[in-house]
Design a protein around this ligand. Structure first.
Ligand code: ADP
Ligand code: MG
Length: 266
């Protein structure tokens, strides 16, 4: 159940079931954004372009005619109900899904590269794309690498410890650090705040902010904490059953009454 205490239309105390959220989101999805609107959000200088993507697992199609555009050094956040296909978008960019049609292209106009059919290893090594796992991805017993810790003192303090004794928040920071070893241009980040204490959530978002704004990385993220994600990101998409229901700037989505009612209420 989603508790909505005071949404922007002032309906007061209401409780909306997950089914009702999905039903209402589905209705919104029927009038989704045009490709022109999607291109406009990326400032018409896109760095990652997904065009007409149909992708899924096995023979099952999860994403239907999905489009995405994000500029260099921009951030884009996907929100939406559980099972909408948000992680599947990141999986598709990183080569973890079956792609039935459509394309994924990375790079600026003079150096575009079609990465649709690359393996994950090629994406990481050749195309500058890194993926930060939703689930804990540290092998217990692994020694924390010194090289990547210079930048993040909290981890450096613990460098003699094994990864297994790091807190959830420290592990998340380490996962991010590991993803940076290959010096990627594009970071795919799945639910960076999940399961973390507030102070670590702040820290993770500060690091992502630094990666985007100081290091010039392009960030595509999924965030269940819609408010946090939309406050962070330049661009927000609401994904519903494999299609974009609403697209806008992060601020536009934060101020959109429908988004407020369905995804920011809790
Ligand atoms: N590895 C997989 N194999 C088969 N189906 C999957 C797999 N991962 C996700 N799915 C299915 O794809 C759909 C979208 O899932 P997902 O992208 O994880 O949603 P979200 O991240 O929005 O919660 C769901 O119906 C889910 O059950
Ligand atoms: Mg997911």
């Amino acid at each position: 159940m989603w508790r909505v205490d005071c949404h922007p239309l002032g309906a007061g105390d209401t409780v909306i079931s997950v089914d009702e959220v999905n039903r209402q989101a589905q209705q919104i999805a029927e009038r989704g954004p045009t490709k022109t609107e999607i291109a406009g959000l990326a400032g018409d200088r896109p760095y990652v372009v997904i065009d007409g993507l149909r992708a899924g697992y096995g023979k099952m199609e999860i994403l239907h005619d999905f489009n995405l555009q994000v500029g260099r050094q921009q951030s884009l956040c996907l929100i939406g109900p559980n099972g909408a296909g948000k992680s599947t978008v990141l999986h598709s960019i990183f080569g973890f899904t079956n792609i039935f049609s459509g394309s994924i292209v990375v790079g600026e106009s003079d150096a575009r590269r079609d990465v649709t059919k690359l393996t994950s290893s090629q994406k990481l090594r050749e195309a500058g794309i890194a993926y930060i796992l939703q689930d804990k991805s540290i092998f217990p017993g692994m020694t924390v690498e010194e090289k990547i810790l210079d930048k993040y003192p909290r981890l450096a303090e613990r460098r003699k410890h094994r990864a297994g004794v790091l807190s959830g928040g420290e592990r998340r920071l380490l996962e991010i650090s590991r993803a940076l070893v290959m010096e990627p241009d594009v970071l795919l980040v799945d639910e960076p705040s999940i399961g973390l204490e507030p102070r670590f959530i702040e820290m993770v978002f500060e690091i992502l902010d630094d990666l985007q704004n100081t290091e010039g990385k392009t960030i595509i993220m999924v965030e269940q904490n819609a408010k946090k994600g939309l406050e962070f990101a330049d661009i927000g998409y609401v994904l519903v059953t494999g299609e974009i229901a609403i697209a806008g700037t992060g601020n536009e989505l934060l101020n959109n009454p429908e988004v407020g009612k369905l995804f920011l209420g809790g």
